[in-house]
Design a protein around this ligand. Sequence first.
Ligand SMILES: Cc1ncc(C[n+]2csc(CCOP(=O)(O)OP(=O)(O)O)c2C)c(N)n1
Ligand SMILES: [Mg+2]
Length: 328
Amino acid sequence: MTTPARSANAPSKALLEKIFRTAYKIRVFETEGIKLYRQGLIRGYFHPYLGQEGIATGVCAALREGDYIASTHRGHGHCIAWGADVKRMVAELLQKETGYCKGYGGSMHIADISVGNLGANGIVGAGTPLGVGAALACQIRGSDAITVTFTSDGGSNNGTFLESLNLAAIWNLNFILVIENNQYAVSTRIEESTRETDLYKRGLAIGVPSFQVDGNDPIAVHDLTREAVELCRAGKGPVLIEARTFRHMGHHVNDPGKYMPEDELASYKERDPVDRARNALLEMGGAKVQEIAAIEAEIVAEFESAVEFSKASAEVTPDAFREFAVGY
Ligand SMILES: Cc1ncc(C[n+]2csc(CCOP(=O)(O)OP(=O)(O)O)c2C)c(N)n1
Ligand SMILES: [Mg+2]
């Protein structure tokens, strides 16, 4: 199965605005976050989601309160699209005790179980069994909530990918597995890690409704996710979605990404997901240029005040960490 036709219903202006706001917020978070990293304020790794914003944005816009998401090491975008508070995210990256995980988790471990965000994850592919577990728990409780796991092309080569999806299939779980196929695992090109680069076909092999979509088109991603949600609620889940995309830079902030062909990168940048979300709001939503400018200014100001808040917050201390760790 390839990309289905877009839904007959034209997206409302409210939906288009939500999609643009989310995609732009992720873009600002990542662009400005990299500057904070360069200033030495963020320790550890930082894997930018730049270029992939359309996926988290489109998927999460099709979900509702009470659903669950599980993320990856490249997780800031998922967290923002799930509605996270940018202040607490920046604080987490800056190791401050006002952060989502009191500053102990950092970039790769932001979670907020209280709202169904099962967390980012430093172990490639680990969100897949975690998500199936959450979906099973929902089924046992008699809930029709959906669980989405975001994984990656690298994560699809992890053994638990097939094991988890197969279990979800035989149990008919409300589970949607989204492969963000950015065509690289660090510097390893997808053709070097698998013969079949259409990753959605792996789901077809085990009887799972499986689709491929342009991950740089947030509206197409939204529409497909909505169909996947409907399939799950009709008892036909799980669903596999492969969203094709490309990173705008190397694997992490210190990877120059020289192995990424310039012409290919340029062709993806021409199909930039944030620009497409903005154009959709202008053209399909009928928004005025000034409205867009006001939204952008609001989001930039939100980030700036998040940085101020975070800088003014207390740093985590080894003593506090020992106390925290013993509590577990
Ligand atoms: C199980 C596991 N193996 C290896 C690593 C080291 N590692 C971190 S990111 C990465 C590649 C990730 O590529 P992909 O899964 O495609 O995700 P992307 O970075 O492209 O979003 C690897 C091998 C890890 N974190 N976990
Ligand atoms: Mg990848």
